[in-house]
Structure formats: C-alpha cells, structure tokens
Design a protein around this ligand. Structure first.
Ligand SMILES: C[S@@+](CC[C@H](N)C(=O)[O-])C[C@H]1O[C@@H](n2cnc3c(N)ncnc32)[C@H](O)[C@@H]1O
Length: 289
C-alpha cells in the first residue's frame, strides 16, 4: 500500500518542518523556541570598521528575526541601515534585502561590507533619507518591490548627544559620538514630540512599501534625558498604531536582555538611576482593513 503523503519533513535535531508553514522555514520546535517574549543575546565582539558606528546592532540578533519573519528568497528592508548589519544578516540567510542610510560614511561602510560577501541574493545598500523612501527606491529602480519584512533600529531620539560615560569613552578613543550633522538625520531632532512624529512618518513610508501581512520589528528603548525618563519605546509603539489608513497593528514586544553589560555606579546613595540593560524589539504587522 502506498505510504500516506506526509505533511511535514523530519529534520532530525531541528524538529519537523510542516509544509503548511506560511511564514518561515523553521520547524515547529524552532518556532516555539523563538516565541518566548524575552531573550538573552551575547553577540560576538565587533570588528574593524563596525566599531566606527556609535550604535550598531549585531547581525546574529537580526538573523533570529529574519529567520522567523521570512522564508528564503523573500524581501527584507531596513530604513535606518547604518553599517549594513541587516543586509549582512539577510544575505547570510539567502534573503533579498534593501537598506537606506543617510550618512555617506556609514553608507560606504555598508557597501564595502556587502561587496566582500558575494551573496547569491539581491542585496542593495542605498544612500538617502527614509523620509523619502519612495523616491530613493525609484532612483534605484526598486520601486516595484513589496517588502515581506522590515527590521531596523532608528536613532534613540537625541540619546547619543548626552554626555554619558559611554560617550566619553568613545570620544577619548577618537570615535564618533553622533551619527552626523545632517538636519534630516533623526538623531539631530531637538524636540521629543517632533522626533515621534517624523519617525512615525518614516514608518508610513515603510507601510506603503510592505505587502499586506508583512511584519515590522523596531529595536528601540526608553531613554533618559536631563534626569527624566522619556518612554520612547512605548510612544513609538503607540504612535505607529494611530496613523489612519497607514496604521500598523502592534502584535507584541520581545525584550532583549543584555546581561553581558557591566554594572556601573549610578545615583548611589542619592537617587534612582537604573543600569538599563534591556532593549525593546517591537513587533508590528500590516493587516488588511
Ligand atoms: C541606530 S543606527 C542603526 C544602526 C544599524 N542597525 C547598524 O547595525 O549599523 C540609526 C541609523 O539611522 C541613520 N539615519 C538617521 N536618520 C535617517 C534618515 N532620515 N534616513 C535614513 N537613515 C537615517 C543614522 O545615520 C544611523 O546610522
């Protein structure tokens, strides 16, 4: 008797991959593991030109999200590309990817990093402002792409301008403590409310370039400024859900616990100042209305 056709393939240690899986190439076991609402990630040490950027995120971290929210051959986007970590992660996983970066210097680092790898998929590091996503894509003849997934980390408002210990250490080593002097660089916006609005407008652009059903992950955090906490992560989450017909649906947050950071003495014997060792990965989806 002919064996009943199987609805899955057994991948041994990895678990079983169901042919009904609509979202990714993961087995059920891998899917469940990733669905936990927090994770500890200890990235490998940054090398060479990667330390030149003041706020790079690790490729290994982005790979987790790309593996969960896309299948091989799908399209990934990053509107705040920096040194190109999202493109490297996407290329490593055989996804196509596009990123936009406003600072010439970081854009060039991203280009060089991508060129070195010789990926089999299409990987494009574009120069420009994500306040004009459509225009930048059109200039590079990529306007017809509908992205399956966006993963990105915008500037954390003006956080880099603060004279924190970390910034002092960087400037002592002659490393950049802010992204650029460019007016359209979101990291140079003085007003918190203006930052929230212009950031949301960029994600309106991302909304337009995303297929219905596609996901968005934003890595961000709440930030201190002049002894006060600004709920940047929470306001980011809320602001994107109130954009009329371009509203994203907030699905969840995943908390990145950074238990590899050393504790420093902040406010001891005086007042509450935390050692903020976590970041928020906010998960949104473009859903049919
Ligand atoms: C937190 S960093 C992203 C780092 C990146 N994930 C990486 O791993 O290198 C934010 C980046 O957004 C860029 N940026 C700021 N405003 C922008 C805009 N309007 N359009 C495009 N990029 C912008 C900054 O120059 C900076 O490199």
């Amino acid at each position: 008797m002919a064996e009943k056709e199987k609805s899955y393939i057994d991948l041994g240690e990895r678990g079983k991959y169901s042919f009904k899986n609509k979202l990714n190439n993961l087995t059920g076991k891998e899917w469940i593991k990733f669905s936990k609402s927090w994770f500890i990630h200890r990235p490998p040490r940054r090398k060479n030109d990667e330390v030149l950027h003041p706020a790079k995120y690790p490729e290994t971290l982005v790979e987790g999200f790309i593996s969960f929210f896309t299948k091989e051959g799908e399209w990934v986007f990053d509107p705040f590309l920096g040194t190109g970590s999202t493109l490297i992660a996407a290329g490593n996983l055989k996804r196509n990817a596009v990123g936009i970066e406003i600072t010439d210097h970081y854009h060039k680092i991203a280009l060089t990093r991508v060129k070195k790898e010789k990926y089999s998929t299409r990987i494009s590091a574009l120069y420009g402002s994500s306040e004009n996503v459509k225009k930048v894509l059109k200039k590079n003849k990529l306007q017809d792409i509908k992205f399956d997934f966006t993963v990105t980390s915008p500037p954390y408002w003006n956080q880099l301008e603060r004279n924190s210990l970390r910034q002092k250490l960087r400037s002592n080593k002659g490393l950049a403590t802010k992204y650029s002097e460019i007016a359209d660089d979101l990291g140079n916006i003085k007003s918190y409310d203006e930052f929230i609005e212009r950031q949301a407008k960029i994600f309106d652009n991302v909304f337009d370039a995303t297929r219905t059903g596609g996901y968005l992950v934003i890595v961000t955090n709440n930030v201190y400024n002049k002894s006060k906490l600004y709920p940047l992560a929470f306001d980011t989450a809320v602001s994107l859900t109130k954009r009329g017909e371009k509203s994203w649906v907030l699905k969840d947050e995943k908390i990145w616990l950074q238990d590899d950071k050393p504790l420093i003495a902040l406010g001891v014997n005086s007042a509450w100042v935390s050692n903020r060792h976590h970041q928020y990965c906010l998960i949104f989806r473009k859903e049919a209305v």
